[in-house]
Design a binder for this molecule. Sequence first.
Ligand SMILES: Cc1ncc(COP(=O)(O)O)c(C=O)c1O
Length: 433
Amino acid sequence: MGIRDANGELAARAARVMAGGHLSPSRRLGHPIAFRRASGPYLYDANDLRYTDFHCGFGANVLGHCHPAISARVSEVGQEIDLIGAGITELEVDTCEAIARHIPCAELVALCNSGSEATYHALRLARAATGRKTIVKFQGGYHGWHDAVAMNVQSSAEGIGRYDPLCAGILEDTARHTAVLPYNDAGAVEAFIRDNPGEVAAIIIEPIAHNIGSVIARHEFLADLRTIATEHGVVLIFDEVITGFRHALGGYQSICGVAPDLATFGKAAGSGYPVGIVAGRRDIMERVGRTGEGSVFMGGTFNGAPSSLAAVQATIGELSRQGIYERLNELGARMRAGLDDIAGRLGLEAQSAGFGSVFLLYFFAGPYSRYDDLLANDDATDLAFRRSMIEHRLISQPLPLKRMYLSLAHTPEIIDGSLNLIEDILKRWKAAA
Ligand SMILES: Cc1ncc(COP(=O)(O)O)c(C=O)c1O
C-alpha cells in the first residue's frame, strides 16, 4: 500500500470543483501543495510538512501569519459586532481616524474590500473631479483586475508600446482611455499631457514598481509628476497597495516626501484580512457618500466589515511600536546582502533587488529604471530557481521578476538558513548549466 498523499488528494479534488483548480493563476505553485495552516513565518501543508513563507499572502502578512494581536482583536470584535451596513459604527470612525493620523495625504478616508476596488474608486473619483476620461499608467504597473488598468504589466518585448491586456473579456472601449507610459520618465508624461490637453484625469503609479520586482521611482520623478499634475489639473494617485503599511505606516509618500492627491491601500493594512482604503484630498474625497450632482457612488455591502477593521486597528497598533520598521528593513537588507554575496561567489549574472522587507534576485547584471530594462532578465533561470526554491520548501511565486516578502516573524536565523539552501540550489544549477 502506498503512502497517503493528502496534498495530491486535495489537488485532485480542487481540479474537479474549483475553476482552474486554484482561486487565481497567480496562486499556482507548479506542484500539488495544499496548505492547512499557517503560523508566523511558516506554512504547513496537508502532509504536515513545513515551508518557509516568502510570499506572505501577496505581501499582506507583514506581521507574520496568525499574529496573536490580530487574531485576538478580530475575535474580540467578533463577540460584539458583525456586519451592520446601516448608519456608521464606532469601529469605522476609530479606524478611519487611525488611518488618517498616519497617512500624509489622508484628509478624508473611505473603505472598501480590496486593492482593486480601491484603485477602481480612486480612478472614478479622479474622472468625476476633473470631468476628463484619460488615465495614465506605467508599463509594469499593476493596479488590479478592472478594465481600465488590467494591461501592460509583465509584457513581452512586442507588448511594450501597445495595448497588452492581462486577459480576455476586457472592454476595449474602457481600456482605450488608458495611456501606458515608461516609468521614471517625467518628460514622457509631460509630453503626453501637453499633446492631449484637457483630457487626462489621473496619473496612477506604484511609487515602487513592486509588480515587476522592485523598480524604485526616483524621488525627482515623483516630484516632477506632482508638479505636472498640479500644473495641468490632473489627479495624482499613488497606488500604495503594496508599499503602504509595509514600508511605512504613512506609505511611501511619507518616505519620498511627495504627497499625491489620492492614495490607495490594501494588503498589509489588514494583515491578511480583506480591506481596501482610498484616502486623499478633501475636495475630491467628499464626493463619496454624497448624493446628487458630482457625487461618486462607492457602495459595497462589506465595506468596513468589522473583522477587517479589527485587523486594521491591531495592525496599526503593532506597526506603531518603536523600531518596528528598522527591524523589518534590517531583515530585508540581510537577505539582499546574502543574495548578492552568493551571486558574487558563484560568478552569476544576477543582482538582488528590493526595498525594506521586499526582496528578489534579478537574473541580469545591468542597471534598471524602467520595465524595458528588465527584458534583460534570464527568465528561464529565474523560473527554474523559483521552482527549486519551492521543492526546498521556500515559498514564493514561481514566476519571473515577482517580488518576495519577509515578515516580522522571520528571524536572521531563518534568513541565513534559507540563504544556505538558495546557495545550494544556485550552485547545482551552475554546475548543470
Ligand atoms: C500595487 C497594487 N495595486 C492593486 C492591487 C490589487 O489588489 P487586490 O489584489 O487586493 O485586488 C495589487 C495586487 O497585487 C497591487 O499590487
